[in-house]
Design a binder for this molecule. Sequence first.
Ligand code: CA
Length: 240
Amino acid sequence: MSASAPSAATPLVLVVEDEPAIASILCAYLEREGLRARTAADGNQALQLFRQLRPDLVLLDIHLPEVDGIDVLRTIRDEGQTPVIMVTALADDMDKLLALRLGADDYVVKPFNPPEVVPRVRAVLRRTQLRAHSAPAPIRVGAIEIDASAHSACVYDGEGLAQALPLTLTEFRLLSCLAAQPRRCFSRGYLIEQCLPESEALERVIDSHMSKLRRKLQLAGQDGLIETVRGIGYRLWPAA
Ligand code: CA
C-alpha cells in the first residue's frame, strides 16, 4: 500500500447532493486532498448510508428530493454529533439559520468553488478531532451531571439513581455554560454568544430557552437551581 492510499483511518466524507455533476466534482476534490468520499443522491439514501458507513463528516445539501436536508440534519443530530456542513443556496438565509440552530457545524453557499469547500471540511474535521481527543470528564454540580462528550445531562436522586434530562441542543449548551462556573452570573449577551453563536438572536430568545430549561429541571426535582439575576442574566446556584 502506498503512503497516500486511503485507509480506514482516512476521514470519510458523505456528500449528500442530488445534482450528480456537483456531487462528483466535490468527491474528486475531497479525494484529491486525501479524504475518502461517498455520495448519496437523496435524503433517504443519505440516512441509510449515514447509518451504514458512519462517516466522519456529512456535506449536506439542504434541497433534496424525498427527505430534505433539514430533516436529514435533524435525524443525524438525534443520533449523535457527527459534524455536518450544510450546503445552501445564496438566498436561503432562513434555511442557513435554521440549520445552524439545529446543530450544523458550518455551511457553504452555492454556487461555490469546490477548492474552497475542502479547507472548510478540513477545518471542521480538525475541530471535531480536537474535541474528541480532549473529551472532558463529566461535570457534576449538585445533583446534576453534565457529560459534554456524550452530550447528555442527568439528575441524580437521593438514592443515586440517574434520570436523564431530555434537553434540546441549546438548553444543553446553556446548562453546560452555567454549570462550568457555578454562582457566576452570565449576561444574556454572553449566553447568546456562547450558546446560540450562529443566530442573531434577541436577548429574550435566551429567556425563552431558559424558561424551558428551568421547567425541565423543576420536573426533575431541581427547583430554583437556575436563578434569574434581574437586569443582567442568569446563574446556576447549587444548594450547598
Ligand atoms: Ca439540491
